[in-house]
Write a protein of this length. Structure first.
Lengths: 287, 243, 315
């Protein structure tokens, strides 16, 4: 019983992190209709940024998170403005391909700049944990979870209660709706993509504190983000949070009860099942 | 006149909203039946229910004496039900000729040979007056010609029943007269037609019988003159449009 | 014109067939890889280019074909040809069982569902004992690269003839109608569900054959390499780079991109992948309908062609 409870705790903590990872992907997908295959690579870049800030400047990854997010926002803004705005209205294949090309470029640039070695961010409190009776809650994971929830709720409030957020939501329904809010669509697209990439950067910081990083982690992370967005639906950040938690818990339970090699079967099996049964996501509106 | 198509107590709901409510009528062999009604009356839903792109929540659809309620759209097409779409569904990247050839390849008299299908398609294009556009891509056609293309695609299937969903919307008076002429010729060739239209004058000229829908209910069914003089119809439909 | 083109194609095929007579071992090996990739791009073209369903699950067919041959030869001591048939049977069964539910999904959702299937299959095979679990299988070696080369070439010709048949058959017109407008196709009498599943199975069968040849040639396979998603991405890129929905585009794309990455990786080893990514990004922006379209349109509009593409889809 304790084992089960411990696995559930681990799953929930992991799920929070998953949610932030997928949040940017779901936002860009829902609003711009671009499935960003490079999303995982941006998470990877964010993680490296946090690693450099910590290793060379001694900035704690949680304190470095806002800085990383802002830098990544700018990268995303410029990419959309300079490149992706050229293809937003192209057929689906083309947007998939261009983001795949970006993924390749980012991965190789990272390999050239940072080498293929594994890195870890090890702040002094990395090994600490909180004991809850027989259960153990790792501190870094708990903090990452907390930040994840705050970010998700923050994005939700931003989309609901600011003018820019409402313009972004309107754009999800209709590509040129931004004009109704007095926002230039090209700028709005770039801001949306920037937020997506900024969130990927933030997720990278958190990922770096709980896991090892190397230039090749991007593709797997992108695939996980898909699964989470699909389970949660694209309509609402809180859906993504639920999607992340569901996937985190399912993965942890599968590894415990069926075996470590089935972790991916579970997550992608759930993905396929959800798609077949409810294409708009577990919490999405019915089509 | 024997009925080729019978709609029996058909109802269709969308998430609580009743789009078509307990509607029954018959389409006679060789008849032109006009269906009118204000926006949201359920006209397009009715066509979709007959052509099979939607399934009724309740009721039955009978074609040539057999129940087709459970058949998929493609099976109904092969039995001889052709339709046009109000929001047109051309194959944008294909040539105008090949758009129509698809109808000949898969419709009621499915032609398995591509060259022969193209021959039939060319005849239909000439019939609706699109002959000289045959080689163009469908996406390059202008509005009125797209309407004609919809008609040619459905005709190439050599259907027994043709369902026309607003083929005259957006056309000018001359073009409307041309379409009326084309529809009359189609009927002379033995095809029964159900026409949905907003243009009252045109549908009055064209139809043998008129059916009026309002909020999913059938409120009138009879000869055009009688129906258009009916006070319920005037109130529900005409009165609303010209207050 | 068509006679000229037919002659040209026959000459190219003859030159390719004669290549092993005077080519070096390195060239033949490069040739086998390029031909098999062209087969993959061409068979993806059936479901992706002609039917309009962006399958990320074709690597499953490739893996099933590879494992069909490997299991038949290693575990059951059957000949290679029987293994190929077994692999194709696995692929077709998979296409029918999972095609029906998955092909109901549209656009990105179909792409992602098939991607998920590919991941699941890889993990499932890692746990099947007849498939050697996650260790894999070692096939009996056959040192005859010329044979593998000619086999791959024959398969590519079969795949290309299949696609050519699509462009002038009722079946192919049904698929194109589905791609262009699925509801419109259904009301004109196209049995959309059946056609989509058949296209998926046809694409899968050819892909499985390529997987089978590759497995016997490489003589070793494990789940990670047999169900490699990046292989699926490669076939899509090659097909789209060359021109999806055209007869020769995917073959052209596969040859050109194989050559580019071969040259890059021999000249500038560590940045080859980087260049590959840049080529893909530039190709999407400048020639979104593939090389085949450039060849067709360039004579008409010259360099303006690229400028028009730049303007076509931007906001």
């Amino acid at each position: 019983m304790d084992l089960l409870a411990q696995v559930l705790i681990n799953g929930v903590l992991l799920g929070g992190l998953y949610a932030v990872m997928a949040l940017g992907l779901a936002l860009v997908w829902g609003v711009l209709n671009i499935v960003n295959l490079a999303h995982g690579a941006f998470i990877m870049l964010g993680a490296y940024l946090a690693w450099h800030l910590y290793t060379y400047l001694g900035i704690d990854p949680f304190l470095g998170l806002p800085l990383t997010a802002i830098v990544m926002f700018c990268v995303g803004y410029m990419l959309q403005r300079g490149l992706l705005n050229l293809v937003v209205r192209a057929p689906m294949f083309n947007t998939l391909l261009i983001t795949f090309g970006l993924e390749v470029v980012l991965t190789y640039l990272a390999q050239l700049a940072f080498s293929a070695d594994f890195r870890t961010i090890n702040p002094p409190y990395a090994g600490n944990s909180i004991a809850l009776g027989p259960l153990v809650v790792p501190l870094a994971r708990l903090m990452a979870f907390g930040v994840a929830v705050v970010l998700t709720v923050g994005v939700w409030l931003f989309l609901l209660h600011t003018k820019l957020g409402r313009a972004i939501r309107a754009t999800a329904q209709n590509l040129v709706a931004a004009r109704l809010y007095g926002v230039e669509p090209r700028h709005l697209y770039a801001v949306t993509f920037g937020i997506g990439i900024g969130l990927a950067g933030a997720a990278g910081c958190l990922y770096g504190t709980v896991s090892q990083i190397n230039p090749y982690i991007g593709a797997t992370l992108t695939a996980k983000c898909f699964a989470i967005s699909i389970i949660g639906g694209l309509d609402n950040p809180l859906g993504v949070l639920v999607g992340g938690l569901v996937l985190g818990v399912i993965e942890s339970l599968t590894v415990l009860y069926i075996g470590a090699t089935f972790g991916d079967v579970a997550s992608f099996g759930v993905l396929v099942l959800v798609l077949i049964v409810r294409p708009s996501g577990l919490l999405g509106k019915t089509a | 006149m024997s009925a080729i198509l019978e709609v029996e107590h058909v109802t269709r709901r969308f998430a609580g909203l009743v789009a078509v409510s307990d509607i029954s009528f018959k389409l006679g062999q060789g008849e032109i039946l006009g269906v009118i009604g204000p926006n949201g009356a359920g006209k397009t839903t009715l066509v979709s229910l007959i052509s099979g792109t939607l399934r009724p929540t309740a009721g039955d659809i009978v074609f040539e004496g057999s129940r087709i309620t459970r058949l998929g759209a493609y099976r109904r097409a092969r039995l001889g039900i052709g339709r046009t779409f109000q929001i047109m569904r051309p194959f944008p990247g294909l040539s105008v000729l090949d758009n129509v050839a698809v109808g000949a390849l898969f419709g009621h008299t499915a032609e398995s040979d591509l060259a022969k299908a193209r021959e039939k398609a060319r005849a239909q294009l000439d019939f609706v007056g699109l002959g000289k556009f045959a080689a163009q891509r469908a996406e390059e056609l202008g509005g009125p010609n797209r309407k004609r293309l919809e008609l040619a695609k459905a005709l190439a299937m050599q259907p027994k029943v043709l369902l026309c969903d607003e083929v005259m919307a957006g056309l000018n008076l001359v073009e409307i007269d041309e379409v009326i002429e084309v529809l009359r010729k189609i009927r002379e060739s033995g095809i029964s037609i159900l026409v949905i239209e907003h243009v009252i004058k045109a549908i009055k000229q064209l139809s043998d019988r008129l059916l009026v829908l309002h909020h999913g209910d059938k409120i009138a069914d009879g000869p055009p003159d009688t129906v258009l003089a009916n006070s319920t119809v005037i109130e529900a439909y005409l009165g609303r449009r010209r207050p | 014109m068509t006679a000229l083109r037919l002659g040209f194609v026959i000459v190219v095929a003859a030159v390719l067939a004669a290549l092993p007579l005077f080519g070096s071992d390195v060239i033949i090996q490069f040739g086998i890889n390029a031909l098999l990739l062209a087969v993959l791009a061409q068979s993806w073209n059936i479901i992706g280019g002609y039917t309009g369903y962006a399958s990320f699950g074709n690597s499953v067919f490739y893996g099933l074909g590879s494992y069909g041959v490997a299991i038949a030869m290693v575990q059951w001591n059957l000949p290679f040809a029987v293994g190929m048939i077994f692999g194709v049977a696995l692929a077709v069964v998979f296409a029918f069982l999972l095609g029906v539910p998955v092909l109901r999904l549209k656009g990105h959702y179909f792409a992602i569902a098939t991607l998920g299937l590919a991941q699941v299959m890889s993990a499932i095979v890692s746990n099947v004992s007849v498939a050697g679990q996650n260790i894999g299988l070692v096939l009996p070696p056959l040192n005859n690269d010329r044979l593998f080369y000619e086999l791959s070439l024959v398969l590519l010709i079969v795949a290309t003839l299949t696609v050519f048949w699509l462009t002038r058959s009722r079946f192919g017109f049904g698929l194109i109608a589905i791609r262009e407008n699925e509801e419109g196709a259904a009301v004109m009498g196209v049995n959309t569900t059946l056609y989509k599943v058949l296209a998926f199975a046809l694409s899968g069968a050819i892909t499985a054959l390529a997987g089978g040849i590759h497995a016997y040639w490489i003589t070793f396979l494990d789940p990670d390499s047999a169900f490699d998603i990046s292989l699926n991405v490669k076939m899509i890129i090659m097909a789209v780079f060359g021109g999806p929905g055209t007869v020769f585009g995917p073959v052209l794309g596969a040859f050109v991109l194989s050559a580019i990455s071969e040259i890059l990786s021999s000249k500038v080893t560590n940045v080859a992948g980087l260049f590959f990514g840049v080529v893909v990004v530039a190709a999407v922006v400048l020639m979104p309908r593939g090389v085949a379209d450039v060849v067709r349109q360039f004579r008409k509009s010259g360099w303006r062609y690229f400028a028009e593409n730049l303007k076509a889809h931007r906001i």
